[in-house]
Design a protein around this ligand. Sequence first.
Ligand SMILES: Cc1ncc(COP(=O)(O)O)c(C=O)c1O
Length: 472
Amino acid sequence: MKTREVLYLKIAKAITEQIQNNTLQLGDKLPSVRSAQKLYNVSLNTIKQAYLELESRSLIESRPKSGYFVSQLSRRKLALPSVGSFKSAGHQQAPQDLIDKVFGTIADQDMTQFALGVPGKNLLPIAKLNKSIIDALKNRGDAATGYEPVQGNVRLRKEVAKWAMVLEGKITEDDLVITSGAMNAIYHGLMAVTKPGDAVAIETPAYFGLLQAIQLLGLRAIEIPTHPVLGVDLDALKKQLPKVAACCFITNYNNPLGFQMPDEHKKELVRLIMHYNVPLIEDDIYGNIYFGTSRPRPCKYYDEAGLVMWCGSVSKALAPGYRLGWLAPGRFKERVIRQKLVQTVCSPSLFPDVIANFLSYGRYDHHLRMFRNKLYANYLQIQKAVAEYFPDNTKMSQPKGGFMLWLELDERICTEDLYDLALRQKINFAPGRMFSQHERYTNCMRLNYGIEWTDRVANDLKKLGRMVKNSI
Ligand SMILES: Cc1ncc(COP(=O)(O)O)c(C=O)c1O
């Protein structure tokens, strides 16, 4: 087993070198698995593993019935974004004005929506969800008019626990509490383990929803420098851990940076929070939207102390409007259930059944496979368009999943000014200032590529690139 592992990595390395020195060029077809087997004189499995490894690093891509090809991503010409610095003082206020302004455009149907983290409705399985609604109504004696248990619909909790396969049975329905979306799960997590005035460690740039929740609860956000590929800087975090009441991180396909925190870092992160006895609210809302070969583990997997509060929801791949999410609150479960009882009594009854149906009949799995393929294709398109139409000094993130792209533009550019210009052309994006409480990232923007890819979308990116060039 061990020898085969080493062998497949050796082969993956040899092919990587061929790609890097241009022996294999963009779009070139790799030898079929059988030819490669003969070429390297190894087993079929070894070659398959080597190709999977290269695919998970986005160096090659498989096309159905055609084989493996050198991918676009192997030819990256733009640099990665910089790592934000640590700031303990200065202006500290969630950028509410700008967040409200961007959310104000949510209902405009004629806008190219690169701004909000919402999947385009053409990418969602709407007909099948509608069928699930009818099935759910038919199968419930009370037509979903009654109260649910406070902890949440048992069928849904069972299905979510089954879906949390990546946790290898560490979560059962008893460990989960159903919430009103992931945002509400985060809010419950924060409420359960902090009191006003406490500090909470978050990534920077940070998902603006976190900044707002922290502010609303009277807490203080401490923005920890975050690497665009590796995630939060663990050395920087270690210095802050004695001073914080909780951490809140998006470890898989981070919003906005798109990274997947490597397993070793997740393990170390859990070791650190255990050492300092600091709860971690882990927002894993994008975990199923991976471009590699398998779903990454969350930190929750490594948590032996019940300190990780794991959150998810159906908002990113199924139906943001259902307002359905969950929290595995670990040792804080009873507190969270009490909070929920006081706050909302229970969740609405219908949609948990709808989603439980959808998950139990294998429809989610089927949808996710298509959804991931489409998003990956969109990612290839958007990164090609940015490389082509934006200035050469643009820095671009390298998402491994999800549907957010983070761009750092020339320092002279103010993306808030650019926002107003773009809006006049019915193009929307999220300006960088939304992602910090310290008035920074003013030359950055986040683009959502989870939308249906049309000629208009491609053309709007071209226009946006031109606007950026004209603003320098
Ligand atoms: C990282 C992250 N967490 C939470 C949310 C909110 O999710 P929900 O709609 O399930 O409340 C979002 C939505 O943009 C998100 O990107």
